[in-house]
Ligand binder design. Structure first.
Ligand code: 5AD
Ligand code: SF4
Length: 445
């Protein structure tokens, strides 16, 4: 039996895809190992959303090959780099990888691995690849292995049609396609039967989900009817796809968590237009107001890019202005990183100096830290419903940790509770990153 070692980089969709890959290979009789040192095949499920993600993978390949000098180990590259860096990966003599498979080709993996392991005379030493992007593949017939035990991930749509000019995803993962609501609900039922209490619906552009006229609001309602599942989250949405009926379902359906990720990317209208985000600063702020009018305590997070080509210091200040106006609970802030194939790479030179990008990211991170801390301090004295996940990794094994409805980590003293329990926890302390509290009672859910 061939042993596979697989390592994952990048977003949650990749983590999920790794479980799809394990499921496909496991069914075909492959085994798995936790160490790259005794694997027959090493798979790296890669990300190419920013340059440093790419670089990490290159240095990892070298490290593995150095560690395994002289051994017969096969290396396969999966994920977004497979589609986006196919040529570089296959033609670089210093990178002796054996095969690559893009995000829509994982059902072909057993064959790719068997081909590459065949004797040289039967073409075994030829680099093999399948990076075809599919209009249809949703892996709706593959049940991913899930390891967490409390939360299960579930991809409901794949691909992206938005073509934000900075983003490589439409090229690496192809066009949008959604699974049928019935197929999603069937899988959620199966997960509930296995004891999962929470599902997180995944998609590159999850709220543009649409299957034969059934939209994302419909899907959330359908999933919320599954007994045993108490919480539904979703990621990652686009601000353009929040029609009122969807906001109402999020605000009113008790199982849908009161938390929305709302990627802003930039605050200035000219930059937003160059990014092809399809909303203005005002439209974004109006959406935040609408969300808060429906549910004032909605937890909001965002993604921001600093130093997009031609963004001036004044225009950057408008991002600051939006952050100060909204006061997000948390934010992921990135320096613009030019990606091959993207519209921005073809049309707009990456002209904001690195030092200026650094100045901007430092400034936004400071603002966000202040906001996160203020928001968290505001929770002190409240009682939050917490889903217990595990022993705390933060301080000591004497603590448990879970997440509240808004997805914030809550740490509390250990007691006679179990993974998957819902508890009321009174919040007593806060840092910018976590909440601490004391359990009040266990809920009968
Ligand atoms: N440079 C910097 N950040 C990027 N992101 C996507 N593409 C790039 C890029 N080229 C960020 C966006 C997106 C998040 C997942 O990654 O903020 O929302
Ligand atoms: Fe990239 Fe924009 Fe699609 Fe998100 S919505 S995956 S940022 S192109």
């Amino acid at each position: 039996m061939k042993k596979i070692f697989i390592e994952t980089y990048g977003c949650q969709m990749n983590v999920y895809d790794t479980e799809i890959v394990k499921s496909v290979l496991g069914k075909d009789g492959f085994g798995f190992t936790e160490s790259e040192m005794d694997a027959d095949v090493v798979l790296l499920n890669t990300c190419s959303v920013r340059e440093n993600a790419n670089n990490k993978v290159y240095s990892r390949i070298h490290k593995i090959l150095n560690g395994r000098k002289g051994d017969d180990v096969k290396i396969g590259i999966l994920g977004c780099m497979a589609t986006n860096f196919r040529k570089q990966l296959l033609e670089n003599p210093k990178l002796p990888i054996d095969f690559i498979a893009g995000p829509d080709s994982y059902k072909r993996l057993p064959q790719l691995i068997n081909d590459i392991s065949a004797p040289v005379e039967t073409n075994g030493a030829v680099k093999n690849f399948d990076v075809t992007l599919s209009e249809f593949e949703t892996y709706s017939d593959v049940y991913p292995t899930q390891s967490d035990g409390v939360n299960a991930w579930l991809a409901v749509m794949r691909g992206c049609d938005n073509f934000c000019t900075f983003c490589v995803v439409p090229y690496t993962r192809g066009r949008e396609r959604s699974r049928s609501p019935e197929n999603v609900v069937d899988e959620v039922k199966r997960l509930a039967d296995q004891g999962y209490r929470q599902v997180t619906l995944l998609g590159q552009n999850v709220n543009s989900y649409n299957y034969e006229g059934n939209d994302f609001a419909h899907l959330l309602e359908a999933v919320s009817e599954v007994n045993g599942i108490e919480r539904i989250r979703f990621t990652s949405p686009h601000p353009k796809d929040f029609p009122r009926p969807l906001l109402q379902v999020i605000a009113e359906n008790p199982k849908v968590c009161k938390q929305i990720h709302l990627p802003l990317q930039a605050g200035n209208d000219r930059v937003l237009e160059m990014m092809n985000r399809t909303y203005t600063q005002k439209e974004f702020l109006d959406l935040v107001d609408e969300i808060r009018s429906l549910y004032p305590k909605m937890i909001l997070s965002t993604d921001i890019i600093v130093g997009f080509p031609t963004e001036t210091a004044d225009e950057f200040e408008e991002t600051v202005k939006v952050m100060e106006a909204v006061e997000f609970d948390s934010a992921f802030i990135f320096k613009y990183s030019e990606r091959p194939q993207t519209i921005a790479q073809r049309k707009f030179p990456d002209d904001v100096p690195e030092a200026e990008k650094t100045r901007r990211i430092v400034k936004l991170n400071e603002i966000q830290k202040r906001h996160s801390y203020q928001k968290n301090l505001g929770h002190i004295g409240e009682v939050h419903e917490v889903l217990l996940e595990k022993e705390s990794t933060r301080k000591s094994a004497d603590d448990f940790q879970g997440r509240n409805d808004g997805n914030k980590i809550v740490i509390f003293p250990r007691g006679d509770y179990h993974k998957g329990n819902f508890l009321n926890v009174e919040i007593t302390e806060a840092t910018p990153h976590v909440l601490r509290g004391k359990p009040v009672n266990v809920l009968n859910k």
